[in-house]
Design a protein around this ligand. Structure first.
Ligand code: SF4
Ligand code: SF4
Length: 317
């Protein structure tokens, strides 16, 4: 165990721009696997979705599967709740997608590769990813699970991403953060969920979540859900925006020039009437979960957002 090395890794994370960094032992995430199986049993209508998740997740439930050299996990928190949201986009496109670091134009695009290079310069064998992020965040003591199933950082709320590395050094682990950050009795997120996807605290039914319905669901969305998707065009922030733990946690201290340039084309009215060329040249490079040959899905989502803004919304039961 090397406390000194652990401190240097955390200093490297701060230099790279991460808001927090913790260390966890490389042991299997059995609880994660059991939680996915429990959702499959509870929502047989969505079993296919959970089966896909499990197929992707199963190797990730054991950090040492296929990598027996792994000894510890390094877990970093990236805070995106510091960017100025261009006018007209909030409430239509989820904030995590607006400020997705994976977008090439985002100035934080290369953070993980810089951090990986720094770990290797410290003499570590390091591989990015390969574990369930939110569970790793709790195990490494940097985030806690809210009842809306998002990971919360004590300083930045849920406007964060978690990034993980598996390394070959035995490092002193941080204390896990297993307790809930939620005030007793709070159900603001459950009540704010427009489609009833957050069926109970800590339980999201994937096939009703607006985020999935806007960009992932195959085929037409049932009419009853379609109406409830309200103003959301791509993603949904309703359960995060309603959360008291996020109050004051979005501080618009930095400009997002790459997004400001595109913003006029991302307003609902512009999206509803955009050309195929605009979609391919401007929208798809920023938001890529809808395939490049399906601008119609964006146009339909945007037209529904406009219509719902005019008519008002039905409430979830
Ligand atoms: S993202 Fe939206 S639809 Fe999904 S659980 Fe949260 S509030 Fe509900
Ligand atoms: S809205 Fe309330 S219950 Fe839901 S995650 Fe936030 S604090 Fe927890």
């Amino acid at each position: 165990m090397s406390p000194d090395l652990a401190q240097r890794i955390k200093a490297l994370a701060a230099e790279t721009g991460y808001a927090a960094c913790g260390i966890a032992p490389a042991r299997p995430f059995e609880t994660f696997r059991r939680a996915v199986l429990a959702r499959m049993a509870r929502f047989p209508e969505a079993a296919g979705l959970y089966r896909d998740l499990l197929a992707r997740a199963d190797p990730r439930a054991d950090p040492r599967a296929g990598a027996p050299w792994v000894r510890s996990l390094v877990v970093c928190v990236r805070r995106y709740g510091r960017y100025r949201v261009p006018p007209g986009l909030a409430g239509h496109i989820g904030r995590s997608y607006l400020f997705d670091r994976r977008c090439r134009a985002c100035p934080e695009h290369d953070m993980p590769s810089r951090f990986t290079a720094g770990l290797r310069a410290l003499g570590l064998r390091a591989r990015r990813g390969g574990v369930p992020e939110r569970w790793a965040g709790a195990l490494a003591g940097v985030t806690r699970f809210g009842r809306n199933c998002f990971a919360f950082s004590p300083a930045h709320g849920s406007w964060i991403n978690i990034e993980t590395w598996r390394v070959d050094a035995e490092l002193p682990p941080d204390r896990p953060t297993v307790s809930s950050p939620c005030p007793p009795g709070c159900r603001a997120c459950v009540e704010a969920c427009p489609t009833g996807a957050l069926v109970a605290p800590y339980v999201v039914r994937m096939d009703r979540c607006v985020a999935y319905l806007t960009y992932g669901a195959p085929g037409p969305v049932p009419d009853e859900l379609w109406k409830r998707m309200g103003p959301w065009i791509y993603g949904c922030d309703a359960c995060q925006e309603a959360c008291p733990l996020n109050r004051g946690r979005w501080e618009e201290t930095e400009a997002a020039p790459w997004l400001e340039r595109a913003a006029p084309l991302l307003a609902p009215r512009a999206l509803a009437g955009m050309s195929d060329d605009t979609y391919r040249a401007v929208v798809h490079p920023l938001f890529w979960y809808i395939p490049p040959d399906n601008p119609q899905r964006w146009r339909r989502n945007a037209a529904r957002a406009l219509k719902n803004a005019e008519c008002g919304l039905p409430k979830a039961e």
